[in-house]
Design a protein around this ligand. Structure first.
Ligand code: ZN
Length: 428
């Protein structure tokens, strides 16, 4: 009988990772603790087991991720990998582009609305990380610069729905200059083609909606051929290397974005991936008979999801997250978009953290078709508006400095939702 996906064991592997990170990981992975959390949380999501975490754990995880956010620090703004460096030592706080990307995407997976994200700071920090050659460095205080962080910058831009932190012309130029003689992309110009950097380059162009604009048909065909040639049983990252679990995602996702995934051999790929499972403790190794690790466990499952494995979530290949999380992001954008008119015309709205203590002058909740207030709105003053749709999924908070706005906003929402009803304590 062919091996089956040990779904429950993988779910337990991720749960253990979140609850009792092994000593051997704790020090080594402190500089990427948030990435390990992403592998575990996104992995549970792909397994359709995210609710196993429970609401309290999800909330704890969301609050922990927000604690990693460095704001108002100019070019050092972003998300840090761990809380090892305490908040009271701002001099040593510094965002890291990969951590900002995984932090934001993990918040989305957990159902957060990103309302506590300081978008202005994040964009400012990201902008400072772009080099004159178009690439990005991971941290402003000095680090490697290559295709990986350009990809992270594109993911951050799509999540925040703001591309002002990237000079796209320079970024595209960097990607085009990184195309090697064999048609795929390296980490930078003149470097060897690699499955990981090719994914980063193709996904960046895909997220910028430029994939088919900047690559010629000949370039696309050479790229497709290179990716397809990376399959033996599973996929490898460079010619002459052995199949490695993670490339079933890196190369598999690239093939999907290039719309030629059907030309690969799914049975061979699946058989290889299932061979790399650890059937005792769960998780996937890099190779067959290799100890499992968080990255290969997550990407092995993502690779299986791309193959349509039963019981797994559908993936969004470019963002490397579940399609469900991506749809949640679109919902946030759509909701923000409907209020954009208030933010950009005569009313001044500033996003802020929600403060309940005594100063909450006005509180409006929008549950499906209802609006109600906790206090009547009387005179113009700073108010906090809280809106929520789909019960507790999405919450947006604004500080508003105009009473007229409230009336206009209420009318706007009422008009948009025909099922509107007056609630006993409502101002409308
Ligand atoms: Zn690998």
């Amino acid at each position: 009988m062919p091996p089956q996906l040990a779904k429950q064991k993988h779910a337990r592997y991720f749960q253990r990772l979140l609850q009792i990170m092994p000593n051997s990981y704790a020090a080594e992975f402190d500089c990427s603790r948030l990435a390990v959390a992403f592998f575990a949380i996104s992995g549970l999501d792909v397994l359709n087991c995210l609710n196993d975490l429970g609401e309290e754990t999800k909330l704890d995880a969301i609050n922990w991720i927000y604690r990693l956010q460095v704001t108002g620090a100019g070019p050092r703004s972003g998300f840090q990998p761990s809380t090892t460096i305490p908040k009271d030592t701002p001099k040593y706080q510094c965002g890291h582009l990969a951590m900002t990307y995984v932090g934001l995407v993990t918040l989305l997976i957990l159902g957060d609305d990103l309302s506590r994200v300081d978008k202005k700071s994040i964009i400012e920090g990201m902008r400072a990380c772009q080099n004159p050659d178009g690439s990005f460095t991971a941290v402003i205080i000095g680090c490697e610069s290559d295709m990986r962080f350009l990809y992270c910058a594109c993911c951050i831009s799509i999540i925040l729905n703001d591309w002002s932190g990237i000079d796209k012309t320079k970024a595209i130029d960097y990607i085009l200059r990184s195309i090697s003689y064999d048609g795929a992309m390296g980490q930078g110009p003149g470097l060897e083609s690699h499955g990981g950097s090719t994914f980063c380059a193709v996904a960046s162009l895909f997220l910028m909606n430029e994939l088919h604009n900047v690559l010629t048909n000949d370039q696309l065909n050479r790229l497709k051929r290179w990716c397809l040639m990376r399959q033996d049983s599973g996929f490898h990252g460079r010619p002459g290397k052995s199949s490695d679990t993670c490339y079933s995602f890196w190369v598999g996702a690239t093939l999907q974005m290039l719309d030629v995934n059907k030309l690969s051999d799914p049975e061979e790929n699946r058989a290889f991936l299932l061979e790399t499972q650890d059937n005792v403790v769960g998780g996937f190794g890099k190779f067959v008979d290799c100890l499992p690790d968080p990255l290969h466990t997550y990407l092995g499952l993502c690779g299986l999801s791309l193959l349509g494995e039963a019981g797994l979530c559908i993936m969004n290949a470019a963002l490397n997250t579940s399609d469900r999380a991506y749809k949640h992001l679109l919902k946030i954008h759509e909701f923000l978009q409907s209020y954009k008119v208030f933010a950009t015309t005569e009313y001044h709205i500033k996003r802020t953290e929600l403060k309940y203590k005594g100063k909450l002058m006005f509180f409006v909740s929008y549950y499906g078709s209802y609006l109600y207030s906790s206090h009547r709105f009387s005179v113009p003053r700073t108010v906090i508006l809280k809106t929520s749709i789909n019960e507790n999924i999405m919450i947006l908070k604004y500080v508003i400095n105009c009473s007229v706005l409230m009336k206009t906003l209420v009318e706007h929402v009422s008009k948009a939702h025909t099922g509107y009803k007056r609630k006993p304590n409502s101002i409308i």
